[in-house]
Each structure stands twice: as structure tokens, then as C-alpha cells.
Design a protein around this ligand. Sequence first.
Ligand code: KG4
Ligand code: ZN
Length: 348
Amino acid sequence: MSFFENKERRLILAIETSCDETSVAVVEDEVKILSNIVASQIKSHRRFGGIVPEIASRHHVEEIIICIDEALEKAGVLPEELGGVAVTYGPGLVGALLIGLSAAKAFAWANHLPLIPVNHMAGHIYAARSVKELRFPLLALLVSGGHTELVYMKEEADYKIIGESRDDAAGEAYDKVGRVIGLSYPSGKEIDEMAHSGHDIFHFPRAMLKEGNFDFSFSGLKSAFVNTVHNAEQRGEELNSFNLAASFQASVVEVLVNKTICCAKNWPVKMIVVAGGVAANRGLRESLKKSMECELPEIELVIPLFDLCGDNAAMIGLAGFVEARKGNFAELDLNADPSLSFSDMKSE
Ligand code: KG4
Ligand code: ZN
């Protein structure tokens, strides 16, 4: 089945259900986002302090058809006008992925459309295409709830992991320390806001800064934070949460910015892309921008708009166009791959 054959417009329907957001989008001509419906389930998971996979799957089942209808209606597009269906097939929660995948397959089959498989993390990177045309080679700092990675892209859809977290992901660390100071899940955004009203008085460790590689580790920082809070509790002392947030954020941001700058100096990159939920962090955005202006003025920095940093289907549509151009279509036996990695994706 060839892509956009006999179609007047170049339109893709995109579906994302890898975690706790049911999202469907319609994207036109590579970069035009006509609709991007995101049904968040966060309220249902909050009382458990994290994502409950079974609850996530149930919500996806309830929401997916509604989101598909809404995305088409908002875009003013009929199924027969579409040229393909892009869908996240990994990484993520297997039950959650399967709901989106089944819906995408059914929709593609019923409307005689090709199925375009998309890696969720590639979607995060290609969210940056909504801001600017990507220039290669580029370096992507991927920071989400499940991943912290530095990815080198020599060209379109070619991914090489240069460094990654050896333990917790950056977003995961934010969520875990937030819980210790009584914030609700997910706490990254709130810690970011609190950090702007506090000071780095605790000087938590900056892990692996001098290691000479581009890997990360956040578990030592998390333990230092938790020990500081618990020791104070045992002494009957109450610590200032704003200073705790500022100190935690200063450590995360310094490590992320330092490693990214250092990596960009070692690889011939024209552009740095920051993507994933933690890319919404104001401290990270400001600090990286400032450091790059001083140290790497010739390299462009691109960060998706706030709405496209977290999980959403528009980014899957943007990456879907790239996969489709490469002729990367899937059969209807495409399975979910919960631990899909860039190293599993062969570049041409
Ligand atoms: O990419 P994402 O929406 O989902 C995954 O694929 O994991 O990332 C969610 C993560 C959560 O851990 C959340 O706390 C974090 O992104 N996050 C932030 C901010 N906004 C969301 N972390 C730090 N600062 C923020 N402003
Ligand atoms: Zn994500």
C-alpha cells in the first residue's frame, strides 16, 4: 500500500496510549497539528502515588474511541481523507500500549490505511519539529518519567544512545522526592515551581559529573534528599520545602546541562533538542539556554512548547511522517514492545 496514494491532502491519524494519557491527533503535511486530544487519567492514579497499570488500561479502553472521534471532528477531517495511522508500539506499559495498538489496527484495517509504527521516545524528539525544522547531526537530551538519555542523530530517524541513566530517570527522581515532602503525583512541575522560591542551601551530590562518560545516576541524589528529610524529622526539625526543592533541582539541572554541553562538544552537532516531560522544567530550559549562549553559541537549541513536552499523540504523528517517508509500515500482527529501545531500531 503506498503512502497517500490518491489523497488530496497528506494527513495522518496518530494514537498514543503508552502510559497514563489517552491521546489522538491529526497531523497534516509533516508539521501541521490540526488536533491533539489528550485525556489524562492522572486523578485516578494520584491516590496510589504512581501509575497503576491495570487502571491505565481500563481508562484507555473507555477513552480511545471518544478521543479518535474528537480528534477527527476537531481537525474537520473524515477517515477517508487520511493517508495513514501512526501508533506508539513501545516503550511503555504493555496493557496500555495494546489498547492503542488494537484501536489503531482496527481503524487502519476498516479504512484501508497503512499502519505506521512509532517509538514513543522518537516521538518525544520529533515534538521539536513543531517548533523548527531539525538540522542534523543533532543531540537530543531525552528526559521523561521513564528515561534519561543523550541520543546522537547523525541523520533523520537514526538514533545512537551516547549516555543514559544507570538507575532512576530524572522524572522518576522528581516524583519520588516529591512524595517524601508530601506532594501529589507527579510532582515534577510543582517542585520546579517551588524551586524558584527557594535556594540551594543543601548542596546535594552531583553524581557522575567527573566520570568522563555521558551516563547519569539519580539514585544517590534521591537517597541524599530522603536522608536529609528523615534525619531532620528525627531531630524534630522541619526543613524548608522550597529550599529542598531548589537544592534538588539545582543538582539535577547542573548534571543534565553539564553532560549535555560536554557531549555536544565531543560530537559534531548542529542542534540540541531537549524533549520528554522534564523538558518542561523552567530551571532546565533557562540554564541550558544560558550555558549554550556562552559555551556553544554556534549550536541551536530547540525545545518543544510546554504542551508537547508531556505525552501526546501529535508528537507520534510528527514522527509518523518521518517513518512513513522511510517506508516503515507495519503489518496487522505488529505487537507491543514494552521495553523497545533505540538500539532495537535499525537505521537504513
Ligand atoms: O514524558 P512524560 O510525560 O511521560 C513519560 O514518558 O514518562 O514525563 C512525565 C515526567 C514525570 O516524571 C513528571 O514529574 C515530569 O515528567 N515533569 C517534570 C515537569 N513537568 C513534568 N519534571 C520536572 N519539571 C517539570 N516542570
Ligand atoms: Zn513520554
